[in-house]
Ligand binder design. Structure first.
Ligand code: NAD
Length: 498
């Protein structure tokens, strides 16, 4: 499909959008029962885009009832997997067809560059639905090795009503990682997008109906965490809840499950991922370019961002100089300009949070090498310069807490053993990388790094075929790949005696 090529063309398209701003329950758009709505703000300008229905427990309950009814009458779960595949492939095609519109919704809503939303996010969303559509009629059950007078089969069944609660950094992609496998497996879903970024999910629901998804199978309830999110977590009719967001809120969902019906909980939480560069890295230019991308892509609002650069002392200065040069090339710009590589932070709160961490870094003795300031103040938006610190020690706040912004903490180390000790000294374990040309260092290091993904001589390489998720407080369970289907199915043993 053709995409607009200039800022002006994207802005013109934005003006013509018919933005969906009501909840999607039982196959149609509805207002919140309370009649309340909240402001949806463009973080690049500070302007209100629209007002979105503010769902609370009453709306959540309606959405769950709709999902429950659609699950119980098997209008989706009872369909032949091949038929579900056809619908989801149609949805993938519709997402591709509406790539410009959906990308624009993401960019207006949360500030990411249009080049990323149209070139990365939306194509990956379409691929995710397509991949799970293709997978679902190729999954077989098992026959157990029992005695001759018994047939014991092990089959997968959908869990039932799945709630998905997602964050704002990749709004539709995080939703797709849940919806793709959950819907393919035959579940009915209630999706709560983040309050900062509800627009693309609301449009997706309509496209799903157009693709042939039966009414009630996908419901979308925009609203706030402590109301709508909590209501999903506590609801007795939600069988499984898949969450992506902060570790703090992830822990709340474990409590909600304990206080209610022991629903299955899957958590994809935060990270403080180490990117280790040893003196024998094969190519410092490449390592520096990847390190810059690992922290500045998506304004650093990436759960697996390489926010701790752990570098062997002898090459530390060379690395920093290269990364500083990359940072200077990524001055924040208008997200609607296709040339922009670093957009706005999701909102003013997040910008203030990031600036607060930068202040703390300086106060605790880290050395600021580039950036550190708010940018494009006249735009009315929330922009922060790409920022690099060196002389960081593993105990400083900026080395321990997830900043979720374009702020790199560089920690010098004496060699591979210290690098691994520093890398693993974190409550998180989402991802890690090591750069070395020595396989006898790379392989044991990959084993010793406590992280769900380890990259060797690359960072951020990714594909829907591989599982993604965290060790330690980075989460429970895996998104992507066939492993994700485990979260949305339960196995049934059927024991037949002859
Ligand atoms: P968040 O935890 O504040 O919010 C995530 C979702 O939870 C939102 O929909 C929000 O409304 C809801 N929520 C908030 N408080 C709630 C409550 N009390 N009860 C129920 N629901 C509640 O996270 P965020 O600020 O939106 O996103 C940033 C976080 O997400 C970061 O920590 C980041 O690392 C993480 N993240 C993780 C992954 C991953 O795959 N591991 C991917 C993207 C983002």
């Amino acid at each position: 499909m053709e995409l607009p090529e200039t800022r002006q063309a994207w802005a013109t398209l934005a003006d013509s959008l018919d933005i969906r701003n009501r909840a999607f329950i039982d196959g149609r758009y509805v207002d919140a029962a309370s009649g309340r709505a909240f402001d949806c703000v463009n973080p690049a300008t500070g302007e209100i885009i629209t007002r979105v229905a503010e769902c609370d427990s009453e709306d959540v309950d309606r959405a769950i009832q709709s999902a429950r009814a659609s699950f119980e009458d098997e209008r989706w779960a009872g369909m032949d997997p091949r038929a579900r595949k056809t619908v989801l492939l149609r949805l993938a095609a519709l997402i591709e067809e509406h790539r410009a519109e959906l990308a624009l919704l993401e960019t207006l809503d949360m500030g990411k560059p249009i080049a990323d939303s149209s070139g990365v996010d939306i194509p990956l969303v379409a691929r995710t639905f397509g991949w799970y559509a293709e997978a679902i009629d190729k999954l077989y059950g098992e026959t157990a090795p029992t005695a001759d007078n018994v047939l014991a089969t092990i089959t997968r069944e959908p869990i039932g009503v799945v709630a998905a609660v997602v964050p704002w950094n990749f709004p539709l992609m995080m939703a797709a990682w849940k919806l793709g496998p959950a819907l393919a497996a035959g579940n009915s879903v209630v999706l709560k997008p983040a309050e900062q970024s509800p627009l693309s999910a609301l449009r997706l629901a309509e496209l799903a109906i157009e693709a042939g998804l039966p009414e009630g199978v996908l419901n979308v309830v925009p609203g706030f965490g402590p109301t709508a999110g909590k209501a999903l977590g506590l609801h007795m009719e939600v069988d499984a809840l898949a969450f992506t967001g902060s570790a703090e809120v992830g822990k709340l969902f474990l409590q909600y499950a304990g206080q209610s019906n022991m629903k299955h909980i899957a958590l994809e939480c935060g990270g403080k991922s180490p990117n280790i560069v040893l003196a024998d890295a094969p190519d410092l230019d490449q390592a520096a370019s990847a390190a810059a991308n690992a922290i500045f892509f998506n304004q650093g609002e990436v759960c697996m961002s390489g926010s701790r650069l752990i570098v062997e002392e002898s090459i530390c200065e060379e690395m920093i100089e290269r990364i500083v040069a990359h940072a200077r090339e990524r001055a924040p710009g208008d997200p609607l300009d296709p040339a922009t590589r670093l957009g706005a932070m999701v909102d003013a709160d997040q910008m203030e949070r990031v600036l607060g961490y930068i202040e703390k870094g300086q106060a605790e003795g880290a050395r600021l090498r580039v950036g550190g300031q708010r940018s494009r103040v006249d735009s009315g938006g929330s922009f922060v310069e790409p920022t690099v610190f060196d002389n960081v020690s593993g105990s400083m706040t900026i080395a321990r807490e997830e900043i979720f912004g374009p702020v790199l903490a560089t920690i010098p180390v004496s060699g591979v053993d210290e690098a691994l000790a520093v890398a693993n000294d974190s409550p998180f374990g989402l991802a890690a990388a090591i750069w070395t040309r020595d396989i006898s260092k790379a392989h044991p290091a990959a084993r010793r790094l406590r992280a769900g993904t380890v990259w060797v001589n690359c960072y951020d390489d990714d594909d829907i075929t591989v599982p993604f998720g965290g060790y330690k407080q980075s989460g429970i369970g895996r998104d992507k790949s066939l492993h994700a289907i485990d979260k949305y199915t339960q196995t049934k043993t059927t024991w037949i005696r002859f």
